[in-house]
Design a protein around this ligand. Structure first.
Ligand code: IPM
Ligand code: MG
Length: 359
């Protein structure tokens, strides 16, 4: 078998437990790539709160310098650990690192699969693995997330703060097309659920209309709709109703945390920030959990699943599936005892998965 071309991966471990869980994910990548004769070259970047503080913090600390950004743009994928640390002002590093890449690399799809590997991991009673198997397609470049905040009369009793929920036709249409295509490819219910709050946020009439118009081109895919409040309720009541759902940036952020809990918690949920056919970014959904930093207690499964998603995006679906099978088997037979922090060490779980994929 001839060696395939080498892929260049930017690794941003980030804050808190990010670097530790990323190291375990890379351990698994290393083992599986030698097994399949794949070659990955990793370039590690230090960006995150420690780096911002070390380079001056409030006095001009560095978030993501343009030179590094230009390097990353030439790579094949980004693996991100976690961002967020109370030592920095709220949102500064999140915007400087994660949002910088989501927007700067135009990663307009945030793909968040929710899959239960063992019924014991689900907080709902009587749910089977078949009941919890869905994918969220979260729009990733618009909404209030990327509008300018404004504060009038700041600090006075007459203060008014706003940050509009802004949607473009092009931005809405491209993410919906991705979701319709994904729904067709999954070929499960062949129904795409669109989630919005157009009854209250009338600007989302654009979502209503675009869904109808784009959907008319997919006559093999049925269209379903739910308001975000009801969708949250159904996620807990009837998760088996969900297959592929498309939603806005803000609602997608919120409902996928519910999704993560259904599959066993933030210890397993991974996500892809994707521009189809181009450089994309993969990360665990969990945050940086600063209290666990450096203690070797965080669970690295979500970061490992992010590597599986990355491999799938790079067209190594069979290799990705091997990681998924290994994780699923280790959870089912109790070798990985828990998805919570502190039950087994970070490195122990990394070793377990690495050994499982090696064989
Ligand atoms: C996520 C996170 C981010 C988001 C934060 C860290 C900005 O919650 O990726 O889900 O809201 O998108
Ligand atoms: Mg979130």
């Amino acid at each position: 078998m001839s060696a395939s071309r080498s892929h260049k991966i930017a690794v941003v471990g980030g804050d808190g437990i990010g670097p530790e869980v990323t190291a375990e994910a890379l351990k698994v990548l290393d083992v599986i790539s030698s097994k399949h004769d794949l070659s990955f070259e990793t370039v590690t970047y230090p960006f995150g709160t420690d780096h911002w503080l070390a380079t001056g913090g409030e006095q001009g600390g560095e978030l993501f310098p343009d030179s590094a950004f230009a390097e990353v743009e030439g790579m094949d994928a980004v693996l991100l650990g976690a961002i967020g640390d109370p030592r920095a002002p709220i949102g500064l590093v999140e915007h400087g690192v994660i949002m910088r890449m989501r927007l700067g690399l135009d990663l307009f799809v945030n793909l968040r699969p929710v899959k239960l590997y063992d019924p014991r991991l689900c907080p709902l009673k009587d749910k089977t693995t078949a009941d919890i198997d869905m994918v969220f397609v979260r729009e990733n470049t618009e909404d209030a997330y990327t509008a300018q905040p404004s504060f009038e009369n700041k600090g006075t009793p007459d203060e008014v703060a706003s940050q509009p929920m802004r949607y473009t036709r092009k931005g809405t249409e491209r993410v919906m097309r991705y979701a319709f295509d994904l729904c067709r490819k999954r070929n499960k219910s062949n129904t795409l659920l669109m989630i919005d709050k157009a009854n209250a946020v009338r600007a989302q009439d654009l979502w209503t209309r675009t869904f109808e118009e784009v959907g008319a081109e997919y006559d093999d895919i049925k269209r379903d709709h739910a308001y975000i409040d009801a969708a949250c309720m159904w996620m807990l009541k009837n998760p088996e109703w969900f297959d592929v759902a498309v939603t806005t940036n803000l609602f997608g952020d919120i409902i996928t945390d519910i999704g993560a809990m259904l599959q066993g918690g933030l210890g397993i949920a991974a996500s892809g920030n994707i521009h189809p056919g181009r450089l994309s970014l993969f990360e665990p959904i969990h945050g940086s959990a600063p209290k666990y930093k450096g203690k070797n207690v965080a669970n690295p499964v979500a970061a490992i699943m992010a590597v599986a998603m990355m491999l799938d995006h790079l067209d190594y679906g069979h290799v990705s599936a091997e990681i998924e099978t290994a994780v699923s088997t280790l959870l089912q037979n109790g070798t990985i005892k828990s998805l919570s922090a502190g039950v087994q060490s970070t490195s122990e779980i990394g070793d377990l998965v690495a050994n499982a994929v090696a064989s």
